[in-house]
Design a protein around this ligand. Structure first.
Ligand code: URA
Length: 236
């Protein structure tokens, strides 16, 4: 693949902008400036730097973000900033989208990609991908509330029972709740249905993939092969 085309595919701008980027000496391969935008390279595992920042070619972009509170999962947010402003331009140019949404006051793990198949696979009800939420409740949680959540509760304005797959009490007011459905405000509505209320909500895992402790709110990182295995998107 020609360098100009490769850089364009990775979100570095239009073909013309990528050509100029190379001609202006911003691109290095193996520590050497390369100024020919039409140089043919094998994209598989191709490593390069742009303005001294190292990159490897990725046919599709898969990443995780630690969503902070007071950000919206929308390209056109209404009250807060968009989570997409937390990403560098080259990812925004790839028109990445998040897999499902978290409320503006919910924090934690969110997956982002430019692969429509991945979005469908991770969000389709058929695949029942478990999502684990750390719920801080306003009132102490009792055994009867846990039993109701596990047995299934009827949400206000809904006619279908929603069930928690797992419910693990961490402390009097903190619960790890695992869901495989994805209804609007589901956790908040489930807690309301058992007479409690969500004070704080954080998504801590999707499938076998846990939010890494070192990923601070507002930070993102690429999903590596082992992460895609944990999400059931790649063979081990
Ligand atoms: N359930 C909610 O109520 N809010 C979220 O952000 C995610 C799940």
């Amino acid at each position: 693949m020609q360098l100009e085309k490769l850089l364009h595919s990775q979100g570095f701008g239009t073909r013309k902008e990528c050509r100029a980027l190379v001609r202006n000496g911003w691109l290095e391969i193996n520590g050497q400036v390369v100024e020919d935008p039409f140089l043919d390279v094998n994209p598989e595992g191709f490593r390069y730097t742009v303005d001294d920042e190292p990159f490897v070619y990725r046919e599709k972009a898969y990443l995780m973000l630690h969503k902070p509170s007071d950000y919206e999962c929308s390209q056109k947010p209404k009250h807060h900033r968009s989570i997409y402003t937390l990403l560098p331009d080259y990812l925004q140019n790839r028109e990445v989208q998040c897999v499902g949404r978290l409320d503006e006051d919910t924090t934690g793990l969110i997956l982002i990609t430019d692969d429509g198949h991945f979005i469908h696979r991770m969000s389709s009800p058929k695949h029942k991908v478990p999502k684990v939420y750390e719920v801080t409740a306003k009132h102490p949680l009792d055994q009867s509330q846990i039993e109701q959540l596990l047995a299934g509760v009827m949400l206000h304005d809904d006619n279908e029972l929603v069930v928690a797959d797992r419910c693990e009490l961490v402390s009097e007011q903190v619960l790890l709740l695992t869901l495989t459905q994805g209804k609007y405000h589901q956790v908040k509505r489930m807690l309301a249905a058992v007479g409690n209320r969500v004070e704080r909500l954080k998504r801590v895992a999707i499938g076998q993939l846990a939010l890494p402790a070192k990923l601070e709110p507002g930070e993102w990182c690429w999903l590596e092969d082992e992460d895609l295995v944990k999400l059931g998107m790649k063979q081990a």
